[in-house]
Design a protein around this ligand. Structure first.
Ligand SMILES: [Mg+2]
Ligand SMILES: [Zn+2]
Length: 207
């Protein structure tokens, strides 16, 4: 890499539970990704947060495990519609992402071509590494924000600072210890995570 080459910083975002609301499937008693386009709803403050990341000079990249197709819950067509709806909703408030990277694999997939122990399924850092290569991003100057410990693990493995979205619960503390997945910061939502990065960047630049 040449000395004059400009290297960008990135904010990597998990998708489900960070950008769009999770869905509670009553019949199965689980909270999971939306599997129908009507279920896609942005979490309040997300557009504002993404716009703030751009103002701060970060590229914004979605990095998301989407095993729904591998598990047979989701078709490519529905996945594409969900993506489009998300991007359309973001665009209504002038927000957009610079890249979207998805892992469609699952080690126990029903669909043969997606059944693999890939390098891109978080907690592995493959999606972040690929995005960094494609978009010329310095991972050590970048952030990973997600609502799962696998997001924290992927971010740490890639060399980013990490923010876990959620509330601190004892059971989570225990899992953080057990899985060695301690985030650098915890924030209740993406809006607050953006404020945190803004403060952090300002303080850092003042040094
Ligand atoms: Mg998530
Ligand atoms: Zn994968």
């Amino acid at each position: 890499m040449g000395i004059n080459e400009i290297v960008d910083r990135g904010v990597f975002l998990d998708r489900d539970g960070v950008i769009n609301e999770l869905i509670y499937y009553v019949e199965h008693g689980v909270v999971d990704s939306p599997f129908a386009v009507e279920q896609v709803r942005l979490i309040p403050g997300v557009c504002e947060a993404i716009n703030k990341f751009h103002e701060l000079g970060f590229k914004v990249i979605i990095v998301s495990n989407q095993p729904g197709m591998a598990k047979g819950y989701l078709s490519q067509g529905v996945f594409d519609k969900i993506r489009k709806k998300m991007n359309d909703e973001l665009a209504k408030e002038g927000a957009s992402c610079d890249g979207e990277y998805y892992c469609f694999h699952h080690p126990a997939a029903k669909v043969a071509r997606l059944k693999t122990n890939c390098e891109c399924r978080k907690p592995k850092p493959g999606l972040l590494l690929q995005a960094a290569k494609d978009l010329n991003i310095d991972l050590s100057q970048s952030w990973m924000i997600g609502d799962g410990l696998t997001d924290v693990q992927a971010g740490k493995s890639a060399g980013c600072q990490t923010i876990l979205l959620g509330r601190m619960k004892c059971e989570l503390c225990y899992l953080m210890d057990e899985q060695d997945a301690h985030p650098d910061f915890i924030a209740p939502n993406l809006r607050e995570a953006a404020n945190l990065i803004k403060r952090h960047k300002t303080e850092f630049m003042e040094l």
